[in-house]
Design a protein around this ligand. Structure first.
Ligand SMILES: Cc1ncc(COP(=O)(O)O)c(C=O)c1O
Length: 389
């Protein structure tokens, strides 16, 4: 049987990983600044996380949500404490799309309304409503098309105010990534997030912060929306939550009341996933990873800003992007092939850095050195070919 060929892949077989280092089947070592797409939060195969999962595996891996699962409560407790959202409620699922699907659905149940406000260049996942709220027609199937989602320009306060003035009474939710990931590391202004809070209060709509990529400590605070000093009504989470073990969830403000049967899942919140997620939170706490992500991110950002050839260096904590000018268009490919460094991308010309939160300063310095070398090599090659012509 063939695999369904939907992924453009690098011809590399990663067989082993530790911290921010991965090795291929030929023994080559790579620096992972992509974190398997922002998933690796506490470092690959962190010993505490491995032990947590191993111990749980010997007890029980799964039973359905029809019985008590105390480890879910333990996770909720820890998550509430570390995120500062103690009074919120937790619903567990398995992925980022599923988290947003449930967040949007819950907003609609709660308000009795149908309209969703999303923003240009957003990415919220590939399930039906999450993809309908994703600004990429290429991945929206005809059956997912709906007139219920409107895309407004990101950070355009006047456009949002105007839309809400005319349609606010019909809006169930405003959903936003505080830093757009797939869209190319675009940061929401704090005043824009504050305005969303005000308008949601004014019109009775639900503020959904999609923190699947920018959350869970990546920006240096637990949620990036926290920088704006406002609370969302629902936070969606996944990626870094399990450090590679599939788990997602939503944090739900106390005023949104549950009803039996309203949401549900077979696998969500299973014992093994909760053990993995608790392992992650324990390491975040023990190793002070929010602070470290902030500090390391500041250092990396400061150094990147000194490299004049990179354009528009931006981001927060360890979620950083920069534009690559046309003359350096092979930069990302060469970093991987020549220097064995994984980075992320966003079309058309953005390099995205999404490493583990405990990336070492030494690894950052190695990356900066390779980056500068490669930029010089590409510029030299370009100049030589111009002279030869
Ligand atoms: C902001 C954001 N939301 C949702 C998702 C979807 O998550 P998943 O791929 O786990 O369904 C992603 C994935 O990249 C994302 O970046």
């Amino acid at each position: 049987m063939k695999l369904f060929d939907v992924y453009p892949i690098n011809n590399i077989n990663i067989v082993r990983a530790q911290g921010s280092t991965v090795w291929d089947d030929k023994g080559n070592e790579y620096l992972d600044l992509y974190g398997g797409h922002a998933v690796i939060s506490i470092g690959h195969t962190h010993p505490h996380w491995v032990k947590r999962i191993e111990d749980q595996l010997h007890k029980i891996a799964f039973y359905s949500n029809s019985v008590q699962i105390p480890i879910q409560q333990e996770l909720a407790q820890k998550l509430g404490w570390l995120s500062g959202k103690d009074d919120y409620q937790l619903f567990l699922c398995n992925s980022g799309a599923e988290a947003n699907e449930n967040a949007l659905k819950l907003a609609s149940f709660h308000t009795g309304r149908k309209k969703i406000v999303a923003f240009k260049k957003s990415f919220h996942g590939r399930t039906s409503l999450a993809v309908a709220a994703t600004d990429n027609q290429a991945i929206v199937a005809p059956v997912n098309e709906t007139g219920n989602v409107v895309f407004l320009p990101f950070n355009d306060e006047d456009a949002l105010k105007k839309y809400m003035l005319q349609n606010g009474d019909e809006v169930a939710a405003i959903i936003i990534e505080s830093i757009q990931g797939v869209g190319g590391i675009n940061m929401a202004n704090e005043s824009f997030l504050q305005l969303i809070r005000t308008l949601c209060d004014q019109y009775g709509a639900v503020f959904i912060a999609d923190e699947v990529q920018c959350g869970y400590g990546r920006s240096g605070k637990f949620f990036t929306a926290d920088y704006a000093g406002v609370n969302a009504d629902i936070y969606s989470m996944a990626k870094g939550m399990g450090n590679g073990f599939p788990i997602g969830g939503i944090l739900i403000a106390p005023h949104i009341a549950p009803k039996h049967g309203m949401l549900g899942t077979t696998f969500g919140g299973n014992h093994l996933a909760c053990a993995a997620a608790l392992g992650v939170l324990e390491v975040i706490e023990q190793e002070n990873l929010l602070e470290r992500a902030g500090e390391n991110g500041n250092y990396l950002m400061t150094e990147l800003l000194k490299i004049g050839d990179l354009q528009n260096v931006r981001g927060k904590g360890l979620m950083i992007g920069f534009d690559v000018p046309d003359e350096l268009k092979d930069l990302r490919k060469n970093l991987l092939q020549k220097h064995r460094i994984f980075t992320g991308e966003a079309k058309p010309n953005v390099i995205r850095l999404l490493p583990a939160l405990n990336l070492s300063k030494e690894a950052i310095d190695n990356f900066l050195q390779a980056l500068k070398e490669e930029i010089n090599a590409l510029k030299f090659a370009k100049e030589s070919s111009t002279v030869a012509q």
